[in-house]
Design a binder for this molecule. Structure first.
Ligand code: UD1
Length: 420
């Protein structure tokens, strides 16, 4: 297994470009199952999860042509298999996103039931109950979700008990081809849901209210092909901003979208960062100062994202003062805390909160990545440590961050990949 070796203590400085959003690219790729036409998806990030989604579509018989400029042409007709196998689902939970489109377009789908993962139990009960309400016959047997519908799915009024991002996306995709109107209440308002809705609309779907907590979809008989470019990745953007703030550096980030990062930018300002914004760029300057510790609570968009919690915990670990980090979305998202304490951080978990007492610097150590965002936080911890840190199990990071060591090297970081 590859590792990353980091020699910390260097303030990061420079310019980088942001890739397309993983969490928007995955549902958009799954949505190509809703039409027999070709869909051209652009600005795809170069990531393992994207390759896994192409492999998953490929094993159903979907044809894809990968272009040179971060683009892919996907044509799902004729699909030959209606099954998402366990081997792929276990490496990428977002595979569940093929359920709604396959069921809506082909009337059948079999998807391995995703298990729990390092950050929590992560059930998909809300996806299933909503699709049942739309008339699907769903059984879970031998570890597989088997879903069928006679004729088209039926529009329904759906109230989501919890805000679920992929749940909202699955139901929204299924509803585009349903008979009649579907209303999703307590829908996720994440920008990735809006990006997916925009792509579906370009395919001819009738969707209203995306980006609010009530989404209305009027089903249409069929969708057509389109060209769509994936929006920039707000989590990648935030991760680099935090890495630079933690190392007291300076950065200009291009090809991003500041308007979808408000909660993160306001916490960075509270931590002492001087921030300037353009339409598609963000610059941040710490003026060489140590960040101040901040307190935050994760919650669905537009509140502070759970996918940035671990990185902010790392920043707090080297900040002036103390802060409280409260996680309300996933029940077990503090695995990085114990690794950071091995690097000399002073972090205490109490229930769903971490009490952080900032230190001037951490000490390098061998550490282990447990999930995607935890890996990013350990890299940030390594960048602000004295001596050497090695981060093991970095296959997690390759799932969600494009060329992370090259981008950090561009900012002056001393980081290299140690192949296994
Ligand atoms: C998506 C993102 C992930 C992000 C998360 C929360 C993708 C591919 N992944 O994950 O990066 O961390 O949103 O912003 O977009 N829940 C249920 N039953 C369900 C569905 C969800 O109880 O049927 C719970 C989950 O266990 C969790 C909470 O709802 O506690 C939110 O999860 P959800 O929004 O569904 O996360 P994902 O869509 O899997």
């Amino acid at each position: 297994m590859d590792k990353l070796e980091i020699h910390g203590g260097v303030p990061l400085s420079g310019e980088i470009r942001i890739a397309g959003a993983k969490n928007s690219a995955l549902p958009i790729m799954a949505s190509t199952l809703l039409t027999k036409d070709t869909v051209k998806v652009g600005n795809l990030p170069h990531l393992y999860d994207i390759t896994t989604m192409l492999e998953l579509l490929g094993c159903m018989g979907v044809e894809s042509i990968v272009g040179e400029k971060l683009g892919v042409e996907i044509c799902s007709e004729p699909i030959r298999h209606f099954s998402a196998p366990y081997d792929l689902v276990k490496t990428m939970r977002a595979s569940i996103l093929v359920l709604g489109p396959m069921l809506a377009h082909y009337g059948q789908a079999e998807v391995a039931l995703p298990g729990g993962c390092a950050i929590g139990s992560r059930p998909v009960n809300l996806h299933l109950s909503a699709l049942k309400k739309m008339g699907a016959d769903i059984n879970v047997e031998n570890g597989y979700i088997e879903a069928r519908t006679k004729g088209r799915l039926k529009g329904a009024h759906i109230f989501m008990d919890l805000v679920t991002v992929t749940g909202t996306e699955n139901v929204m995709m299924a509803a585009t081809l349903a008979d009649g109107q579907t209303i999703i209440e307590n829908a996720a308002r994440e920008p990735e849901v809006v990006d997916l809705a925009n792509c579906l609309k370009a395919m001819g779907a009738k969707i209203f209210g995306e980006g609010t907590d009530t989404i209305t979809i009027d089903g249409v008989k069929e969708l057509r092909g389109c060209e769509y470019s994936v929006m920039p990745d707000r989590i990648e953007t935030g991760t680099y901003l935090i890495a630079v703030a933690a190392t007291r550096g300076k950065i200009k980030i291009k090809d991003t979208r500041p308007s979808i990062l408000e909660s993160v930018l306001s916490k960075l300002e509270e931590a002492g960062a001087q921030i300037q914004l353009g339409e598609d760029w963000i610059s941040l300057d710490m003026k060489g100062n140590q960040p101040r510790a901040v307190s935050l609570t994760t919650a669905p968009y537009p509140a502070f994202p759970t996918d940035m919690q671990a990185q902010f915990t790392a920043l707090n670990a080297v900040a002036e003062g103390s802060g409280l980090i409260t996680e309300t979305v996933f029940e077990n998202r503090f695995m990085h805390v114990h690794e950071m304490n091995r690097m000399g951080a002073d972090l205490k978990v109490e229930g769903n909160t971490v009490l952080v007492k900032g230190k001037d610097i951490l000490q390098g150590a061998p550490v282990m990545a447990t999930d995607l965002r935890a890996s990013a936080s350990l890299i940030i911890a390594g960048l602000m440590s004295e001596n050497q840190t090695t981060v093991d199990r970095i296959y997690h990071i390759d799932r969600g961050y494009e060329c992370i060591e090259e981008k950090l090297q561009l900012l002056g970081a001393k980081i290299k990949r140690l192949p296994s």
